[in-house]
Design a protein around this ligand. Structure first.
Ligand SMILES: [Zn+2]
Length: 251
């Protein structure tokens, strides 16, 4: 196996391994996102429930106050029936009228709080529905992670050891170049030579799409145990066997 072929083998296994790892990672990050959403909704629900209880207490207090005022008014009216002087009667009447005005204000406030209670109850119901829906999404994401782990877990170990074996075949210096490129290009350490125009001998790097000097293309053809890179993006260049044999046949 030539160096170019060894690197290509390593490249394919490296890509497989990255693909498997990405699948696990993607599932886990979706799971975290759905879980965070659920926690947010539960916090909202707690806040709303607290607000609801507070508003219910307010409404009850106001109703109690209004009831006490009502009792006081009735008491004063009873006394008005038994008074003997006009002066005393007028004083009681003023007090009753003042109480009536205050009571009406309290009743307005109580009504306002009752309406607020209804609104809050509806909002709590809505958010509880959202929480139920979100719990389904969370358990869907959990299942996805479990099945990805079950499916990918064994293959991950298998592919990782194959990649290790392939890497060990590659000479240390070429291997270091490969690993560095694979890290900076997220696995795209190799780029395929793309044929733009055979007659005009125009070839591009499949990684950065810049045109390649013909010496590089010839280098890949002639010196298969050398590492040939793209002068623009530095990726290791690779040529498909079909193109290779077509080109050597053409010569
Ligand atoms: Zn390039």
């Amino acid at each position: 196996m030539s160096l170019q072929e060894q690197l290509h083998e390593l490249f394919l296994l490296d890509q497989q391994l990255r693909g498997l790892r990405n699948r696990l990672d993607a599932g886990q990050s979706r799971q975290r996102a759905q879980q965070n959403k659920l926690v947010q909704l539960q916090q909202q629900q707690q806040e709303l429930s607290h607000q609801l209880r507070q508003t219910q207490v307010n409404a009850q207090t106001l109703e109690k106050q209004s009831g006490e005022m009502e009792a006081r008014i009735n008491e004063l009216r009873g006394r008005m029936n038994n008074v003997t002087s006009n002066k005393e009667y007028s004083a009681l009447l003023v007090e009753v009228n003042t109480l009536k005005v205050d009571k009406s204000k309290i009743e307005d406030q109580a009504l306002e709080q009752m309406n607020e209670v209804d609104t809050l109850k509806q909002r709590v119901t809505d958010i509880e529905q959202k929480i139920d829906d979100q719990k389904k999404l969370v358990s869907g994401a959990d299942n996805e992670v479990d099945s990805a782990r079950a499916e990918v877990g064994d293959r991950l170990d298998e592919v990782a050891s194959k990649r290790q074996a392939a890497a060990e075949k590659v000479p240390a210096d070429a291997r270091a170049v490969f690993e560095r490129l694979a890290d900076s290009y997220e696995g795209e350490a190799l780029a395929e030579v793309e044929e733009a125009n055979r007659r005009r001998m125009e070839y591009n790097c499949g990684g950065c799409y810049m045109s390649l000097p013909i010496e590089r293309v010839n280098g890949i053809m002639m010196r298969t145990n050398e590492l040939v890179t793209c002068p623009n993006c530095n990726r290791i260049l690779y040529m498909k066997p079909e193109l290779k044999s077509a080109l050597s046949g053409a010569k």
